[in-house]
Design a protein around this ligand. Structure first.
Ligand code: FNR
Length: 373
């Protein structure tokens, strides 16, 4: 049955009082099969659920009477100054939910002094997105089937003023999204991968019947550590690897010359059954030590979630679905409002736990044992 989908608003609805409210009302603003594509995860969605549940299992401990005269959420990540430890994560094809797509997200990030990570699979070109923000912009790279095409994207990102390359490594093969498939999701004609040649994602399935589809068809072409090494040597930008859950991979990436890691399971859209990112974080921080940039995404839905991720070792977090919901509800204004709510919620949490800076947020702010779910 078709449902009526509301058009995006041009002001903030009064009913929105916290970050999570955007998730609750977004469904009214997004066509059902598109909603399934965005909200869904891979497999049985075990990992998708555990990303969210992990935060419920961590409890905070308050402190009183702390002097807040010099309190701040400012931080430096990869030598870049951030007003607060929050970036818009790379999410493909943002025109799916709003005609202004990535341009609106970039404007919102700029207005709130937040960072924006632009996807290889953006529906506006990386150059157009770059002109919308004077603040920090990072480019998320998917390795292309040929080195020349990969390098072309890197050079375009460098020329357009992107600060950092984020290389996503956890989906060398697409893992599927049963919810989207069941809802009949197909990419609408007006939404295209405009950064890529022919504007389309290269087909992943080999049609030669003698071949194993996954191994010879796809995985034999998939990037390896030597490709990462090559990329790091080719570019002047710092490279951060995204999709890391295993401390051994984290160490190997840093040994290859990566400047940081993003602990991520692609929002439960890569390998289903892997642990939540919050659970995976402490071992990665421990393996890498304090000097390396460690970011996290997956399941962040409130300012207190940001606080918990920082307490367990993250320098900053990315938010994926929530800004897309805010974009659907009220375009750039919605995303800006969401970022503002995140900032307020994080500051409230810091005020009541007695943390005047991000450095002070650590495991002592959590109830002992509650982090080990
Ligand atoms: C993503 N994600 C993603 N990651 C990436 O590196 N490149 C991409 O193009 C995309 N595209 C994308 C589309 C959609 C619809 C979703 C939901 C996610 C993953 C994203 O960057 C991030 O890792 C997760 O979304 C974080 O989890 P939360 O915040 O959605 O729970």
């Amino acid at each position: 049955p078709t449902r009526t989908v509301r058009s995006a608003l041009t002001s903030i609805p009064e009913s929105i009082t916290c970050t999570e409210d955007y998730e609750l009302i977004a469904r009214e603003f997004i066509e059902p099969s598109i909603y399934a594509h965005i909200a869904g995860g891979s497999g049985r969605e075990t990992t998708l659920k555990s990303n969210l549940e992990a935060y419920q299992n961590v409890r905070l401990m308050n402190r009183v009477l702390v002097d807040f005269t010099t309190a701040t959420t400012r931080t430096r990540i990869l030598n870049q100054e951030f007003r607060h430890p929050l970036l818009l994560g790379p999410v493909a094809f943002q025109k799916l939910v709003h005609p202004d797509g990535e341009l609106a997200s970039a404007r919102a990030a700029d207005a709130l002094e937040s960072g924006m990570i632009s996807s290889t699979l953006s529906s506006y070109s990386l150059e157009e997105i770059a002109t919308e923000t004077s603040g920090h912009k990072w480019f998320q790279l998917y390795f292309q089937p040929g080195k020349a095409d990969t390098l072309d994207l890197v050079r375009r990102a460098e020329r357009s003023g992107y600060d950092t390359l984020v290389v996503t490594l956890d989906v060398p093969v697409r893992s599927g999204n049963r919810r989207a498939q069941a809802a009949g999701f197909v990419m609408p004609a007006h939404v295209q991968a405009v950064n890529l040649k022919h504007h389309s994602i290269p087909p992943q399935v080999s049609l030669n019947p003698d071949q194993s589809v996954i191994f010879q068809g796809i995985m034999s072409e998939a990037p390896t550590w030597s490709d990462l090494q090559w990329l790091i040597e080719e570019t002047t930008l710092p490279v951060v690897v995204k999709g890391i859950l295993n401390p051994m991979d984290a160490c190997q990436a840093i040994a290859c010359g990566a400047s940081g890691v993003i602990v991520s399971n692609h929002g439960g859209r890569a390998l289903d059954g892997v642990p939540s990112t919050l659970e995976s974080l402490p071992a990665i921080r421990e393996a890498l030590g304090d000097g390396v940039a460690v970011l996290l995404d997956g399941g962040i839905r409130s300012g207190s979630d940001v606080f918990k991720a920082i307490a367990l070792g993250a320098d900053a977090v990315l938010i994926g679905r929530l800004p897309i919901y805010a974009l659907a509800v009220a375009g750039a204004i919605g995303v800006a409002h969401l970022l503002r709510l995140f900032r307020d919620e994080l500051e409230l949490c810091m005020a009541l736990t007695g943390c005047t800076t991000l450095e002070e947020i650590n495991e002592s702010c959590l109830i002992e044992g509650s982090a080990h779910v």
